[in-house]
Design a protein. Structure first.
Length: 263
């Protein structure tokens, strides 16, 4: 009986559950997709509770690790939030790269004033960026990218004890490399479409000089949008393996990042 099993819980089990929730909760609230603003907070809280109950018999956590003082518990909670935030930020660099590429291509297409609601970030973005972001999320789920988080979460209790976070120089270097890779990935994503739009602008400039009778300002805008949309569609065959390789690299780097925060 479920009710009888809950009544038989000891105080130490509740304390262990509380320790696990201080790490699982921030990770689910900050990670991509599940941490989206479009997902209700009640759903996130329920997922935190369910995930913590599943991990309770699996992770090496004892009730003695819970501090007896309020200040000690606050320090533990802040360490767990920082640990989850660093892991989530490292993954969000990839989705931010997609957003940056979409914004730049949208400006080149002449759609800088157009906007659509981004379901991932909950903000207004360029239509191309929103489209690429949705495709990136689908690829992330298709390659089981969310499993990287949960696998790293379970294994992290062997590397980083609750409240024992160590942010070393290697952690800062890893985050800086992730930020650098974000801009490199953005350039790689936008390169085919951006190059096509650049040559389109050059061609229209030549036409405007050689045939001034053509109203290039009227013809140029729909032509840029058409060229941009065509190459955005054609670039999907290049976008899929690029994002897949980056997600696979992410699955290898996340455990190393978590190990580095264990001191």
């Amino acid at each position: 009986m479920i009710e009888a099993a809950l009544l038989n819980w000891s105080l130490s089990q509740f304390m262990r559950l509380l320790i696990i929730m201080t790490r699982v909760g921030p990770l689910l609230f900050l990670m991509p997709i599940l941490g989206s603003k479009s997902l209700p907070a009640q759903v996130k809280i329920l997922l935190t509770l369910m995930t913590s109950l599943v991990l309770l018999p699996m992770v090496p956590v004892s009730a003695e690790q819970l501090p007896a003082t309020t200040i000690g518990f606050l320090v533990l909670a802040l360490c767990e939030i920082a640990f989850s935030g660093i892991l989530s930020l490292f993954v969000r660099f990839l989705f931010a790269a997609v957003e940056i590429a979409g914004q730049m291509v949208g400006i080149q297409m002449g759609m800088g004033m157009a906007g659509a609601i981004d379901p991932q970030f909950g903000s207004q973005g360029a239509p191309v960026g929103v489209f690429w972001n949705v495709v990136a999320v689908l690829i992330f789920l298709a390659v089981d990218g969310h499993h990287f988080f949960f696998r790293t979460l379970v294994e992290s209790y062997q590397w980083v004890a609750p409240g024992k976070l160590v942010v070393s120089q290697a952690t800062f270097d890893g985050m800086m490399q992730g930020a650098t890779h974000m801009f490199v990935l953005a350039v790689q994503i936008m390169a085919p479409t951006s190059a096509a739009l650049f040559f389109s602008h050059v061609a229209m400039g030549i036409i405007a000089k050689t045939v001034p009778q053509i109203p290039i300002l009227i013809v140029g805008m729909p032509l840029n949008i058409a060229v941009g949309l065509i190459f955005v569609g054609l670039s999907l065959s290049y976008f899929l393996p690029l994002m897949t390789s980056n997600y696979e690299m992410l699955g290898r780097l996340l455990p190393h990042l978590a190990k580095g925060m264990g001191g």
